[in-house]
Unconditional design. Structure first.
Length: 202
């Protein structure tokens, strides 16, 4: 019997393989793929968020028309210059045919108020020739009077004493005429129908 010790060689790789087979380890996370280089082909485009649509008008409300952009200061100046030149040419032509006619007076705030007054009174039947039945546009008269009231409201604090007195006086007069006319219309509507005249005896 020999005294030489015996050595047993163990393959640790085999042991490790068996251990992994009996106790498998969770797979390692995969590394993310490298970013693709930009190519000349089509690319995904992210659209901008669309602006919110305007709220729909409530029931019974009229939709507001989309207003165009206001003119610039230069456009307004150019238009005013062209308007003045055209008006002057027209005035020169009229005065050439009527040399005795003087220059027309400048348009003032009183002219504007007077125009509303005349329109309202004509709509309520004023100015009808004698013997003719007046033609009354009571709804149109109401609109004209309401426009005068809007003018008074929007110009409050921006008128001279004379202008404000003229406007308030005219507004009072057309409202009084409107009240009188509507009272007459109401009374006529409340009257019972008249019976037809009796037939003539033969």
């Amino acid at each position: 019997m020999s005294d030489t010790p015996k050595f047993e060689v163990i393959d640790r790789r085999k042991m490790k393989a068996e251990e992994e087979h009996d106790h498998p380890q969770p797979p390692a996370p995969e590394a993310p793929p490298p970013p693709a280089e930009p190519s000349a082909g089509p690319r995904l485009v992210v659209s901008e968020p669309r602006p919110e649509a305007a709220p729909e008008p409530a029931a019974g409300e009229q939709p507001q028309p989309e207003m165009p952009p206001p003119p610039t200061a230069q456009e307004s100046r150019e238009q005013k210059t062209a308007y003045d030149a055209s008006a002057q040419r027209l005035e020169d032509m009229v005065r050439a045919q009527n040399p005795a006619m003087g220059a027309p007076p400048p348009v003032t705030f009183e002219h504007l108020v007077q125009q509303f007054y005349v329109s309202a009174m004509i709509q309520m039947g004023a100015g009808t020739q004698e013997g003719q039945r007046p033609r009354v546009d009571i709804l149109g008269a109401r609109q004209t009077i309401d426009m005068l009231a809007i003018l008074a409201e929007k110009t409050k604090g921006n008128l001279s004493e004379t202008e404000d007195r003229t406007l308030q006086t005219v507004l009072f007069e057309v409202r009084m005429a409107f009240l009188e006319l509507t009272s007459m219309i109401t009374l006529q509507g409340m009257q019972p129908p008249q019976p037809p005249p009796p037939a003539a005896k033969r």
